[in-house]
Write a protein that binds this ligand. Structure first.
Ligand SMILES: NC(=O)c1ccc[n+]([C@@H]2O[C@H](COP(=O)([O-])OP(=O)(O)OC[C@H]3O[C@@H](n4cnc5c(N)ncnc54)[C@H](OP(=O)(O)O)[C@@H]3O)[C@@H](O)[C@H]2O)c1
Length: 327
C-alpha cells in the first residue's frame, strides 16, 4: 500500500523521520507492505512538492547544508497545500502558545479528507474537543503518540496492551528537558549550562521556556487526561509548575521530578503537572538524564511501569512513523 505524506517541520524530529524512513524503506515495504512517500516537505522557509515522491537522502543533504531549496524540487505556495495529492498530514512544527495554527491546520486536513499524525502538543492541549469533533465528523483520524513522552509507546500501550483493565491513575515523567535540567542542577550545573546541554541533545522546544516554565509537561498532562479518561480539559484548566527559578539547594533535588499526575479514582477527573520528590525506590526515580516513563494504576491489579532510559528526536521520530504505519 502506498501512503503519500506531507511532512511539515524538518528540525530535530523531522530530520530523524527522513533518516529512518530512508534507511528502513525496504523493511516497511517488504515486511509491512507500506510504501511511505513524502510528496510535500516544508520547513520555515520553503514548501517543496514532488508528486512522485521526494528523494529523502537528497532532501536531508540539503537540509543539513542549510537550504532545502537547493534540492531542486518545486516550491509551492503554502495556501495550495491541500490542493496536492496526499493522504496524511504530518505536523512536526514547533509548539505555539495558543495552539491555534495546529488546530486550524488539522481541521483543514480533515475537511479535505486527510488523516493527521502529530508530534506537536499545543493544538491538542488547547483545542482537544474541536479537533476530535472535526476528525469524527469528517470520518478521519488523528494519531498523536509522539506528543506525550516522545518515543515511549504510551497511547499504544494503553489502547492495546491493557484494554481489559480499568485505568484509575497515571503518573509520568513525560517531559525530558525540564527533568534533565533538574538532574543537572542536582549535580551542581547552573541552570544556563544545563539548558545549553539540553539544546545539544535536541530535546528543547524551539522556545525553551515552554519546557522550563512547565507548559510542555502541562500540555502532555492535558492530552493524556483527555485521551485516556475522556476529559475535555484545556491547557489553562490544570495546576502546573516549571523548573525556572528553582533553588539549586532545594532539599531532595536529586529525586525531585516534574511529574504528570492524572486520576479519576474519586469519579472526578483530576490532573496536575508539578514538582515532587520521589521515594528512591519508586521506579520513576531510576530515570536519569533524558529518560521518560510512566506508571499506570488499574482497578484490582498491580500497577505497571514502562521506562525508556534515553529519549530524544530519534525515539520521537520512531513514534511518528509507528503512527503512520498504524494508519
Ligand atoms: N525534539 C524532541 O525530542 C521532541 C519530542 C517530542 C515531541 N516533539 C515535538 O515535535 C515537534 C518538532 O520538534 P523538533 O525538536 O524537531 O523542533 P525543531 O528542531 O525546532 O524543528 C521545527 C521545524 O519546524 C519548522 N517550522 C517552523 N515553523 C514552520 C512553518 N510555519 N511551516 C513549516 N515548517 C516550520 C522549522 O523550520 P526551520 O528548520 O526552517 O527553522 C524546523 O524545521 C515540536 O512540536 C516538539 O514539541 C519534539
Amino acid at each position: 500500500m502506498k501512503v503519500k505524506i506531507a511532512l511539515l517541520g524538518l528540525g530535530q524530529v523531522g530530520k530523524a523521520v527522513l533518516g529512518i524512513l530512508a534507511s528502513n524503506r525496504d523493511h516497511y515495504a517488504q515486511k509491512l507492505g507500506s510504501n511511505i512517500e513524502v510528496v510535500v516537505a516544508a520547513d520555515f522557509h520553503h514548501m517543496l512538492h514532488a508528486p512522485d515522491g521526494i528523494d529523502l537522502q537528497r532532501l536531508l543533504y540539503y537540509k543539513e547544508k542549510g537550504d532545502i531549496w537547493g534540492s531542486g524540487y518545486a516550491e509551492i505556495d503554502r495556501e495550495s497545500l491541500f490542493d496536492r495529492d496526499f493522504d496524511v498530514l504530518v505536523d512536526l512544527m514547533p509548539a505555539t502558545s495558543d495552539g491555534l495554527r495546529a488546530r486550524d491546520l488539522y481541521i483543514s486536513a480533515f475537511k479535505s479528507s486527510r488523516h493527521v499524525v502529530t508530534a506537536c502538543k499545543s493544538g491538542l492541549a488547547n483545542s482537544w474537543a474541536e479537533i476530535m469533533g472535526s476528525a469524527a465528523s469528517s470520518g478521519k483520524r488523528i494519531l498523536y503518540e509522539a506528543t506525550v513522552a516522545g518515543g515511549v509507546p504510551f497511547f499504544s500501550f494503553i489502547r492495546q496492551c491493557i484494554r481489559s483493565s480499568v485505568v484509575t491513575r497515571i503518573v509520568g515523567q513525560v517531559n525530558s528537558a525540564a527533568n534533565f535540567v533538574l538532574l543537572k542542577m542536582a549535580e551542581g550545573t547552573s541552570f544556563e549550562h544545563a539548558i545549553e546541554d539540553a539544546g545539544k541533545l535536541g530535546i528543547l522546544e524551539a522556545n525553551y521556556h515552554f519546557d522550563t516554565l512547565g507548559y510542555d509537561s502541562a500540555w502532555k498532562t492535558v492530552i493524556t487526561a483527555n485521551s485516556v479518561f475522556g476529559g475535555t480539559l484545556k491547557a489553562g484548566d490544570i495546576r502546573f509548575e516549571g523548573v525556572e527559578g528553582i533553588d539549586p539547594d532545594r532539599p531532595g533535588l536529586k529525586n525531585t521530578r516534574l511529574l504528570a499526575d492524572i486520576g479519576s479514582e474519586s469519579g472526578n477527573l483530576e490532573a496536575s503537572s508539578t514538582l515532587r520528590e520521589l521515594e528512591p525506590s519508586d521506579p520513576l526515580a531510576s530515570l536519569k538524564g533524558t529518560g521518560l516513563g510512566f506508571t499506570v494504576y488499574m482497578k484490582g491489579r498491580a500497577p505497571l511501569t514502562v521506562l525508556e532510559f534515553k529519549d530524544g528526536p530519534i525515539e520521537t521520530a520512531t513514534a511518528v512513523i509507528n503512527d503512520l504505519l498504524l494508519l
